[in-house]
Design a protein around this ligand. Structure first.
Ligand SMILES: Cc1cc2nc3c(=O)[nH]c(=O)nc-3n(C[C@H](O)[C@H](O)[C@H](O)COP(=O)(O)OP(=O)(O)OC[C@H]3O[C@@H](n4cnc5c(N)ncnc54)[C@H](O)[C@@H]3O)c2cc1C
Length: 402
């Protein structure tokens, strides 16, 4: 940068340039939350691969105010804008544990937002404060053994019986499913109808002692390729009763409601994918500067240097897509095409970066003790969860009237 004494303008690669959507307040939060994640989460990343993340850390995050950043103060939140969600996703990437980041994102960006947008005042009072405090953990139940991408084909039913609905069916691949206290459930109130039969509910699944409500069972804890720090479960509902007042939004409009929820979920997934890719890039850069072959650091080979240049370019493009799309979302637009494209692009780039970083690590990249190995397995979910690449392409393609 030019100064009063020198007109020579030199590039300053060391400056962390702030994007215009972020203010000093966002940056203050980034600093404090990142430091918490580095001190209290990152050291446990290997242990939690075996045990899954402990629920106490959600309470700790609640105490520190990290779960309610974008929710109104009257429910225990901080009343911040949507960009705080991006900052939180970025900070969580420093945990070095995709499973932990995902468990948190389910609570903050998938479960609480639909309750806030669609719930009655009574439901908001009942579910948001304990959720924001991290005292009660929730999960989102869309996917079923027979229906994932095709949401309108779900078969779990919620049939009215007086002032209640009775739920029967099953859900699978559910993040936080083995531990959670309540569910934002997607069910069919009219089993004969397709999209028009879908309705959302918030349903208590455990009492204050932690016992499952009658009819609810965690039928199976699922073993996965990656995201080991996260619990994933198959769940059964046999005559589970929920008050009619626990409906979120309107009966039969659940498909639109859940499509709205998915936009926030996809945008935060994109933010997490870019940050995750950036963390692996940084670790690999350090490695490439230290590891020697043929008498020089491997990063000094043009072949390796260009890999970093390619990755850095794509990461920057992904970041800009996330920020620009988030700006539109925050400013009242509903940019479904752009959110979808951002989710698609960043999911692919995260997988590509993880793959290249393994390559740069050589044999060490294949070893469990190296963060890139876990990152590679964790990142692969991005192209499947919150909607697959193929579904993203369908949404984008159809948005052009094709
Ligand atoms: C670790 C993990 C955590 C998850 N957490 C949750 C959760 O918390 N809550 C939840 O509800 N769900 C969750 N999911 C489910 C996830 O959202 C689904 O797996 C995903 O939406 C895909 O659905 P599916 O697995 O049934 O695949 P399918 O829908 O059966 O798709 C199989 C293949 O067919 C392709 N395909 C399907 N339809 C089309 C089409 N129209 N055009 C072209 N190709 C198509 C897909 O892209 C995919 O390649 C999770 C999944 C995993 C693996």
């Amino acid at each position: 940068m030019a100064t009063a004494t020198s007109p020579v303008i030199k590039p300053d690669h060391a400056t962390r340039q702030r994007h215009f959507i972020f203010t000093d307040e966002h940056e203050d939060l980034r600093e404090s939350m990142r430091s918490w994640v580095q001190k209290e989460l990152h050291p446990h990343r290997m242990e939690w691969e075996e045990t899954t993340w402990p629920s106490e850390i959600m309470r700790r995050a609640g105490e520190l105010g990290y779960l309610g950043l974008c929710f109104p103060e009257e429910y225990g939140g901080q009343g911040g804008d949507y960009y705080y969600s991006l900052v939180r996703a970025d900070c969580m990437s420093y945990a070095g544990s995709g499973g932990t980041s995902m468990g948190f994102a389910v609570q903050t960006d998938m479960v609480l937002p639909p309750i806030h947008l669609l719930g009655s005042e009574e439901l908001k009072q009942r579910y948001l404060p304990p959720g924001i405090a991290g005292e009660r953990i929730g999960f989102l139940g869309i996917t079923e053994p027979g229906a994932g991408s095709d949401v309108a084909a779900i078969r779990t039913t919620a049939i009215r019986d007086g002032d209640e609905y009775v739920i029967n069916g099953s859900k699978t691949f559910i993040t936080n499913g083995a531990r959670a206290d309540f569910i934002v459930l997607v069910a069919k109130t009219d089993p004969e109808a397709e999209h028009a039969g879908v309705t959302l509910f918030v349903v208590d699944l455990r009492d204050s002692e932690g016992n499952a409500v009658p009819g609810f069972t965690v039928s199976r804890k699922l073993e996965k390729m990656g995201m080991h720090a996260s619990d994933t479960a198959e769940l059964t509902f046999e005559g589970v009763r929920v008050p009619a007042a626990n409906m979120l939004g309107e009966e039969g409009k659940g498909f639109y409601h859940i499509s709205w929820e998915l936009q926030g979920e996809r945008l935060v997934a994109a933010a997490g994918a870019v940050s995750g890719a950036e963390r692996i890039f940084e670790r690999t850069l350090d490695y490439a500067k230290e590891r020697h072959a043929f008498g020089r650091p491997i990063g000094r080979f043009q072949a390796i240097r260009h890999k970093f240049a390619e990755m850095a370019t794509k990461i920057e493009a992904g970041k800009q897509m996330v920020y620009a799309t988030a700006w539109r979302f925050e400013n009242g637009e509903y940019p479904v095409r752009e959110i979808t494209a951002t989710k698609l692009f960043t999911s692919r780039l995260a997988c590509e970066v993880a793959d290249e970083c393994i390559q740069i690590h050589g044999g060490y990249g294949y070893m469990r003790e190296y963060e890139v190995e876990r990152g590679y397995r964790d990142m692969r979910l991005n192209r499947i969860g919150a909607g697959t690449d193929e579904i993203m392409l369908e949404v984008i393609g159809r948005s052009y009237g094709l």
